[in-house]
Write a protein that binds this ligand. Structure first.
Ligand SMILES: [Zn+2]
Ligand SMILES: [Zn+2]
Length: 392
């Protein structure tokens, strides 16, 4: 089959690779009909996530048709079912899964001892996201093996829903939603969102759905800011034009937003070329693994006693984290890889009800063979690129 594989930093390639096979009773094989490139795929592309190997199949946002099922997966899925597949791999039965903390599944990462060396404990494995997180082949491919297929995949019976409308249930929609949910929004709240990519857009939209009175989205690309104004009713700030903490104070009578969502993660840019270069140099010299500018700014901007919700992806260690601000001002930090399984049905219902049509983030559709072009577009944000959907 054809699949998009990681070759080396900043190089991916569509190659012929062996077809996936059922390895376990609970596996299914899915023929991919749509798959997306994620902002977090860029961290792999740029070489910031360790334990990638040449030939690893990328992609954790995919949906398609079940073409083969193991005997235990067959209790839940049939050949021909149309499914969306959550990006974390979860067994559904361990202690973490029973708490509905699926991205912390204790049985999903066969390489847990490696992750424990870096993180203390291991999170679960993810599709197409390094050998640190399981070494699973991803879904930017014609076919993919789905472990624990009796737990993760959600069947989409509604033929009226296009792939574009349900594909983002795999990651960016529930990730944005969880980012907003972690803010415990109360009526009248002001929520600021760093990052106008797909996760930031959905975090802003979700904050509105959860009752925020005002949502403020921070980015530097005019088309992303326009998207947030149009689809989430957000106010916007261009961080290349204003000092963000000062502007947020002005917009909130000096108090600061009640909650701040970091939907940027480890490759943040700074409006000051000097600070950006400093952070980037330290990242390359391995003195820090993260460029934490958005997170620092979220912490410093948040009102006293407010919540900082982190859904942007971080990989390791961050220098100059303002812990004094967090402690002395009673901030709450909440974070996590999304527990996608928890949100699948409720968010599908919101899509069916017409509350959300996630397809607005799609700016580019390409055949799978043009995945390398898609990665370049996403990275450079050329042509107003927010989200690339690939069709095998
Ligand atoms: Zn993703
Ligand atoms: Zn589990």
């Amino acid at each position: 089959m054809r699949a998009n594989v990681w070759v080396k930093p900043t190089k991916v390639e569509v190659q012929e690779v062996p077809d996936p096979k059922i390895l376990n009773d609970r596996d299914a094989i899915v023929r991919v009909t749509s798959t997306a490139i994620c902002g977090s795929d860029l961290h792999l592309y740029d070489g910031y996530i360790p334990a990638m190997r040449k030939g690893d199949v990328l992609g954790h946002e995919f949906m398609g048709e079940v073409v083969e099922v193991g005997p235990r997966a067959a209790e839940k899925l049939r050949i021909g079912d149309r499914v969306v597949v959550p990006f974390p791999i979860a067994c559904g039965a361990c202690w973490a899964c029973r708490q509905e903390e699926y991205s912390l599944c204790e049985n999903g990462n066969p390489n847990a001892p490696v992750a424990e060396k870096l993180h203390g404990h291991s999170p679960t494995g993810l599709f197409g996201y390094s050998h640190l997180l399981g070494g699973y082949a991803g879904g930017q491919a014609e076919y993919v093996r789905v472990p624990f297929a009796d737990v993760g995949p959600l069947r989409i019976d509604d033929a009226d829903l296009r792939d574009d409308q349900v594909l983002f249930l795999t990651d960016v929609l529930p990730t944005g939603f969880m980012g907003a949910e972690m803010c415990d929004i109360r009526p009248g709240d002001v929520v600021a969102v760093w990052g106008g990519g797909a996760v930031g857009q959905f975090a802003a939209l979700s904050a509105r759905l959860l009752g925020a009175e005002r949502v403020i989205v921070i980015d530097r690309f005019p088309e992303r800011l326009a998207m947030a104004r149009e689809h989430a009713g957000a106010e916007t700030l261009d961080y290349s034009a204003v000092n963000v903490p000062t502007a947020l104070k002005e917009l909130t009578a000096g108090r600061g937003p009640d909650a701040c969502i970091d939907a940027v993660g480890m490759e943040a840019h700074h409006a000051s070329a000097m600070i950006h270069t400093y952070d980037k140099a330290k990242q390359w010299a391995r003195l820090q693994t993260e460029r934490g500018h958005a997170l620092r700014e979220a912490v410093l901007s948040c009102r006293n006693g407010g919540t900082v919700s982190i859904v942007g992806v971080y990989g390791g260690f961050l220098d100059k984290f303002p812990i004094g601000s967090v402690m002395n001002r009673s901030l709450t930090i909440r974070t996590g890889q999304c527990h996608v399984h928890r949100y699948l049905r409720p968010l599908l219902e919101r899509i069916q009800a017409g509350d959300i049509d996630p397809s607005f983030v799609v700016t580019h559709r390409l055949p799978l063979d043009e995945a390398p072009t898609g990665y370049r577009l996403m990275k450079k944000k050329d042509e107003g690129c927010v989200k690339v959907v690939l069709t095998p």
